[in-house]
Design a protein around this ligand. Sequence first.
Ligand code: C2E
Length: 799
Amino acid sequence: MLTSDESIASLVRSKQYDSVMRSVPLATAAVVLNSLIVGGMLSGDLPDLWLLCWTVLTVTLGLWNLQQWSVWRRRKRPARVSSSRMHKLTVVGGVWGLLWSALPALLLAHDADGRHQGLLVATITVTLGVGSVCLGGAPRAAYAYVAAMSLGALTGYVASSGALQVLGPLQWLLYAGLIITAVRAVNLNVHARMNAEVRADHQNQLIGLLLRDFEEQGSDLLWEIDASGRLCHVSEQLAVSLGSKAELLNGRSLLAMLGELQTDLREADRESAHTLHQRLTEGQPFRDVMLPMKVGGQQRWWSVTAKPVVDERGTALGWRGVARDVTQARMADRRLAWLAHYDTLTGLTNRAHFRVLLEQALQNCRRLKTAGAVMCLDLDNFKGVNDTLGHPTGDALLIEVGRRLKEAVGKADVVARLGGDEFAVLLRTTGEEVEVSAVAQRILDALREPCMALGSTVPVRTSIGVARFPQDGTSVDEMMQHADLALYDAKANATGTMRYFVQRMGEQVRRRLVLERDLRDALELNQLSLHYQPKVDLATWRIIGFEALLRWQHPQHGNIPPSEFITVAEECGLILSMGAWALQHACAEAATWPEHLQVAVNISPLQVMTEDLPATVEGALRLSGLAPHRLELEITESVFINETRGTVNRLHALRKLGIQIALDDFGTGYSSLAYLRRFPFDTLKIDRAFVRELLISRDARAIVRNILALAKSLRMATVAEGVEEPAQVAVLSAEGCDIVQGYFVARPLPAHEVLPFVRQFRERSRPHMPTGFHLGSTEHATLAGATTLSSVTQPATLA
Ligand SMILES: Nc1nc2c(ncn2[C@@H]2O[C@@H]3COP(=O)(O)O[C@H]4[C@@H](O)[C@H](n5cnc6c(=O)[nH]c(N)nc65)O[C@@H]4COP(=O)(O)O[C@H]3[C@H]2O)c(=O)[nH]1
């Protein structure tokens, strides 16, 4: 690569050398001819030998020059010419000058009669001019030539006589001076131009190398089209990037080629080719025009920048530009934009984008008087699924739910995942109750079937809260809040239902939110306690144990019933710590009771789903020292709704510890009989709803009878809950129930009243059981001689 001034000088010398060599054939021919003419004319006036030698020398030098010329022509021109070669040229110039200077030097002194003066002066003057012109490209050679010739001419003029002796040198000096000045001036010019050319060449090479290097190293590609839009100077890099070869691309129309690369693109993407066409037509420089194309079946994105190339008169010569493959950056941008709008797990609209869409829908509603609705829903059992089956299954469930939701709504509607297990639907085309309800029903139907998530069959339970616009709200926050309130309401009533927002919901939900907040502190602030309700054996009328029931004494709201706060605790996951607390306290309390008394503790389905339940129970027993057979765990049928192999295994593990397991609220749930077969419960608790109806409904009595028979055949003990009247005791006893529990015996007692109650109870005799009980035709119970305790206070006083 050319880098130094010396390199540039050598290129300049090369151009000088070339300019001299180009004139060699003509100049040699002229000189040889000249020397032959002069030789012929002077023959006889000069010694023959001298003349012969001069002519031979001149012709030989001419021939040698020709030979040098032919070598120069045949050889590939040397890019660089050394200064020694230029010296050689100077010497040759000097030798030519000396040869020609010999003529005047010798002849003018000997030409006494002046016969040849005219010819001689004309010849040497012309030869001076011609030689200088031929050597002019290499000024030093020209100077050497002029100097050598001047030596001979001046010597000759001085040795001559007459006017020539004075005027000859003057004339010669004038000519020589003129020639030197002209050669110098021309040469300075030429030299400057050559220098500029060489430097420009040098720079072009350098730029070329840099650009090639730039193309090879970086991601930028250089491209060029001519005035007719055809690609020229296509680099390998550019060709490879276009999936072709440079020789195939050179001369092809850029736009036609892009058209081919864009045929497989979407209409919107193809528009950019049109933009490029427009920019090229406008003739204005442009920057970063985005150009999609498909190369080798892969979507690529190029950012194209270019400016027109014009000549000095402003005529368009074409375009030159840079293209950069920005596919990666574009993909990353798209991904970022996607992430900003969609949920990565389900691919549904995310919360932020949902709010934007809702805002647009509300604006349309105001402008175009349209209507719509927002639905909020979440999965009741999602936390349990995550805790028991693991997060991957939870994720698979969310994906499946998202898919079903999309299927259930219309094309114009938006389904979003707001986070966790919260979903929302935006109906943009209707707010009509009939249509909204139909969509909600389709959603509930779609989610009714259990989902297959990573091999597990997971039942889905959801409720829907709906707020409609314009009537239920005008802002995004208001709409979302109202749909949420409706959802709370739906969940509080029954799972699998939908509720429309109505104004009263606000107050209820606010209370619920306050409860949730305060419940988090309740344990630490010692606001929770356990009350104990006795269970009595019907055969012996002895207390066999107590059921532990949670109580919450709220500082502002007073006594809050478990029916209200247990659901809240389950929803926010607090039930796990509260349940563990209840277990430890109940065990510790029961350990202070007489040995024959059991304690029953309610266990939430969420607790049963957690793997560490057996460890928690074992810990409570160990800490309290309570014998395992004195502990009974009451679980409800809902445990089996999300049943997994783990659930049943856990129950078996608990039984292995020696603990009793009771099935609570039997008869109120789903397919109760199936559950009984799945796990061998020790005790079956008949829900108080049946006991309440016992005296007034034949059906209830028939159900109770069947439950008791079933339990007997499965060798389970039976407990009837909510027994309030002696007549109920009589019937239950007659039907073969083992144990009763209810206000008839006692309301749940604070811990410190348990032992006094037990002592007092022992002293009491079995109550008088009414006889002759039968159901009247109106199904209202009549009980001959029965003491009906309709408003029982504790403890029940029996005659
Ligand atoms: N009308 C009427 N009611 C009677 C009668 N006898 C007892 N009861 C009430 O019936 C409920 C029996 O408890 P449950 O069915 O396990 O139902 C319980 C249980 O499901 C849940 N619960 C209470 N404590 C706990 C606990 O520590 N853990 C869990 N997970 N749940 C609990 O809260 C529910 C309600 O508890 P409580 O309000 O204490 O209500 C208790 C009790 O006070 C009666 O003769 N008539």
